[in-house]
Design a protein around this ligand. Structure first.
Ligand SMILES: [Zn+2]
Length: 162
């Protein structure tokens, strides 16, 4: 395990389809910076060039000579890079709360989907008018607009008939 100092910074929790993700750009930025410096250093430069210029032997089961050198170099570099992020207490509470919130929301959606219920997105214009089992997604906006157009047409026709 790397004993490199944890990287301080801001780490943003987000929610995507099926997963809660944490944006760790500060960690990646720090590590790419360190990696480029390490590759250019006397300690790693020759090994890096040797691996980069090795003729592939055609076998990639991890035991081919070029793969072994690659894996060894990779392991030595990983040893020198940060693997942890550092948060202040306040950041930990804020990020932890947000991760909990996103995780619970995602878990609720997953549980409802398993139960065959239609979950309504926050702000969906069709809230309360979904056909059971039809997913609530961006198409709800189009359907709501189409319904409003239809309503307007019907209202005009009713106005003419009256
Ligand atoms: Zn909807």
């Amino acid at each position: 395990m790397s004993d490199h100092a944890p990287v301080p910074g801001r780490f943003y929790p987000e929610s995507g389809p099926g997963f809660v993700t944490l944006d760790v750009a500060a960690l990646v930025d720090n590590n790419v910076h360190d990696l480029l410096e390490l590759l250019g250093s006397d300690e790693f430069f020759e090994d890096f060039i040797s691996v980069a210029c090795a003729e592939p032997v055609g076998e990639h089961d991890g035991s081919a000579p070029d793969r072994l050198a690659f894996e060894e170099l990779k392991d030595r570099l990983v040893e020198r890079l940060a693997i942890r992020v550092a948060m202040t207490a306040r950041q930990a509470v804020a990020i932890g709360s947000r991760v909990l919130e996103l995780g619970a929301e995602l878990d609720g959606i997953a549980a409802a989907a398993e139960a065959g219920e239609t979950v309504t997105r926050p702000g969906c214009p069709l809230a309360g008018r979904h056909v059971p089992g039809v997913p609530c997604d961006d198409r709800c906006d189009e359907k709501a607009a189409a319904l409003n157009n239809l309503r307007a047409i019907l209202a005009r026709q009713n106005g003419r008939q009256a």
